[in-house]
Design a protein around this ligand. Structure first.
Ligand SMILES: Nc1ncnc2c1ncn2[C@@H]1O[C@H](COP(=O)(O)OP(=O)(O)O)[C@@H](O)[C@H]1O
Ligand SMILES: [Mg+2]
Length: 310
């Protein structure tokens, strides 16, 4: 792994820059992978807004929703795009499904050429979601060919954030799914977001599953919708793990044994639960024993057990 200092930009998602060792590498391709409703578009809107704050040029390609709907959704979370510009609607380009192939293979390269000659400091490019393009090219070989070309143009233009729809399956990571395999393979970094439906702190989670050219934190972290920033990743467990040695007691040993077993289970759902449990155990130093119940609850929750038994 190369440790060269790459120039980075702030993602605009609180906590993510910490997980990614200081931010997103300039001119890289970054994927937000998650099933429907996990917060991918909100991620994209927060990334766009950060660009506006920093005076970046922005290009939001929407393959799903109209500009006014996206701006409205952002507003409902306190991300006030209209406050930053007089023509907010012009920031977002809706590409209709019949025009996707034409747009990505012809119009975009031409646009890239044109913009390159302008004196733009930095551009943030958002593709939300990439999935309809993948549908147009069902074979992985074709996907790879088309995406490589698109990424070549886009990364010469700026720093790309794309969202990728994950087939909905509890606890399953996306690496293996055919709907996400090629974009994940070609991306410089991949952030996986999930709605585990566990309730409480780990209801929605975020994990950096890939980050080329840079070390990154590997845990699963709580992700929350918060009015103002839009999305916040709670990275407090990183510090707790680093600075608070875990107290050894029988209860802890028993839980760790259980977590260890779970983390080796062939069922991916159990392995996800084990990772969450590890996070919670790392945080237990500053808590009273009643807080440990949160972990016990997570490990024995009926809903989880039912999911696991499926
Ligand atoms: N303040 C909020 N608290 C909790 N969930 C929210 C909040 N605002 C929006 N959501 C949820 O976020 C989801 C939409 O997020 P979105 O970014 O569009 O997801 P995706 O693009 O992954 O489909 C919806 O399920 C909505 O219920
Ligand atoms: Mg979306």
């Amino acid at each position: 792994m190369s440790m060269i200092n790459h120039e980075r930009i702030s993602s605009g998602i609180e906590g993510l820059d910490v997980l990614m060792n200081g931010g997103i590498i300039k001119n890289s391709i970054n994927s937000i992978v998650g099933s429907s409703g996990t917060g991918k578009t909100t991620f994209a809107l927060a990334y766009l807004y950060q660009g506006l704050l920093e005076g970046d040029h922005t290009l939001y390609l929407s393959f799903e929703e109209t500009p006014s709907k996206l701006i409205g959704e952002a507003e409902s979370l306190g991300i006030n795009i209209r406050e930053m510009t007089n023509d907010a609607e012009d920031l977002i380009h809706l590409v209709e499904s019949e025009k996707i192939v034409e747009f990505m293979t012809n119009i975009l390269p031409a646009l890239a050429q044109k913009l390159k000659h302008r004196n733009v400091k930095h551009t943030r490019i958002i593709v939300d979601p990439l999935t309809p393009i993948l549908w147009e090219f069902p074979s992985e070989k074709e996907q790879r060919k088309v995406l490589t070309k698109i990424y070549h143009h886009l990364s010469s233009l700026g720093t790309v954030l794309q969202t990728v729809e994950e087939p909905n399956a509890f606890g399953q990571t996306d690496i293996g799914a055919k709907e996400t395999r090629v974009p994940i393979y070609l991306s410089d970094s991949v952030i996986h977001i999930q709605n585990l439906g566990l309730g409480g702190k780990y209801n929605r989670t975020c994990k950096v599953i890939k980050s080329r050219k840079t070390p990154h934190h590997e845990g699963i972290y709580p992700l929350n919708f918060v009015n103002g920033p839009g999305l916040v990743i709670d990275t407090s467990s990183i510090q707790n793990v680093a600075f608070n040695p875990v107290v050894n007691d029988i209860r802890y040993q028993e839980l760790m044994k259980r977590v260890k077993e779970l983390s080796k289970d062939k069922d991916p759902k159990k392995r996800v639960i084990a990772q969450i449990a590890k996070n919670l155990l790392g945080e237990r130093e500053n808590r009273d024993s009643s807080q440990n119940m949160e972990l016990v609850k997570v490990l024995t929750d009926n809903q989880i057990l039912q999911e696991v038994r499926k």
